[in-house]
Design a protein around this ligand. Structure first.
Ligand code: FE2
Ligand code: FE2
Length: 329
């Protein structure tokens, strides 16, 4: 996938030559020629880099940079502020506004290209580091509860087998794996006394827990490498009949990967011990899943497919109740 650059500048011959030069190096270049449009584009496109020329009629470049950086979704996007200036105070103003670099002297296209490349490399590195921190955070939430420990790793296994049986491409499988590992990361905001409560939750506690898909999406949204898994995280508690949360999506409105993940998620919950019940056998868990599909909650065709996979024994062999409980504990 090509890197996307948002080029903010008034329409001019100079902007056109920057654009075609960068395109010739396989960058996807988008342009904005006023402040409001630039803010909108930055938010919607989530480009890999913004080249912001301080030439706009409606807003000062430093102010626009500050406003772009003011949105948490743009925090990871490097902004290069470009203004012909030899005033050292401008460099400090640029830093203060959140610019990754301030280019004051006129920069040749070739020189700009090498700086762009190194900024993008740095961004990719930071993104990967941040992703591993987010994955560790997700693991630490699970580790709080002995019953949940290993839950995400297990649902990776189930979800990937279901997805592979649908011939989804490798790139989708990779994203599904990450989505499984991060699906409940929003539970970081749930107090331990609720998260680890052995009994049923009251209305207020349930409401707090139900916020976790949206909070999870917010946690992951600044990272470019997680952008495609955001809908899976947000929608993993929707139901086919629209009675789920957070958006009450129905049927195919729910992303396929979220429908796959929720089957794996519920299956794993059923076949593991809970404070209020023992682990179900795989067969009983499949019966429960198919009951939920008949209720209109789960995707019936995916549940059927998943049951076929489980019963075939080719993927994850059926085990008796006690073996399952100890194997997955
Ligand atoms: Fe969840
Ligand atoms: Fe889960």
């Amino acid at each position: 996938m090509n890197s996307a650059i948002l080029l903010v500048d008034v329409a001019s011959a100079s902007r056109d030559s920057w654009k075609s030069f960068l395109q010739s190096y396989n960058y996807d270049v988008f342009t904005a020629e006023d402040g409001e449009f630039a803010l909108r584009e930055c938010l919607e496109l989530q480009p890999d880099l913004v080249l912001l020329h301080d030439t706009l009629p409606d807003v000062d470049g430093f102010e626009l940079c500050r406003r772009m950086k003011g949105n948490p979704l743009n925090l990871q996007i490097p902004i290069v502020l470009i203004k012909p200036s030899s005033d050292p105070a401008d460099v400090a103003r640029g830093r203060k506004a959140g610019a990754a670099e301030f280019w004051g002297t006129s920069t040749s296209l070739q020189e700009a290209l090498s700086r762009v490349e190194s900024l993008l490399r740095l961004r990719g590195y930071i993104d990967e580091q941040a992703k591993s921190v987010v994955l560790s955070l997700a693991r630490s939430i699970e580790a709080k509860s002995p019953l949940m420990n290993g839950h995400s790793e297990r649902i990776v296994k189930y979800a990937l087998q279901l997805a592979a049986s649908l011939d989804l491409p490798e790139v989708d499988l990779q994203e599904l794996r990450i989505a499984c590992l991060l699906h409940d990361i929003g539970k970081v905001s749930v107090p331990d006394e609720i998260l680890l409560k052995p009994g049923a939750l009251n209305t207020e506690e349930t409401e707090i827990v139900r916020q976790h898909p949206v909070i999870g999406e917010h946690i992951c949204s600044p990272l470019k490498s997680l952008r495609r898994v955001l809908p899976v995280i947000r929608h993993h508690h929707e139901r086919m009949d629209g009675s789920g949360y957070p958006d009450g999506l129905r049927g195919d409105e729910i992303p396929l990967m979220a429908r796959i993940l929720q089957i794996a998620d519920i299956y794993d919950a059923l076949i593991t011990d809970r404070p209020y019940r023992c682990a179900l056998s795989s067969e009983d868990a499949l019966e429960t899943l198919s009951g939920e599909a008949s209720h209109g909650w789960l995707d019936a065709s995916l549940v059927w497919k998943f049951s076929q996979i489980c019963r075939s024994g080719d993927y994850f062999p059926l085990r008796g109740r006690t073996m399952l409980a100890s194997y997955y504990a």
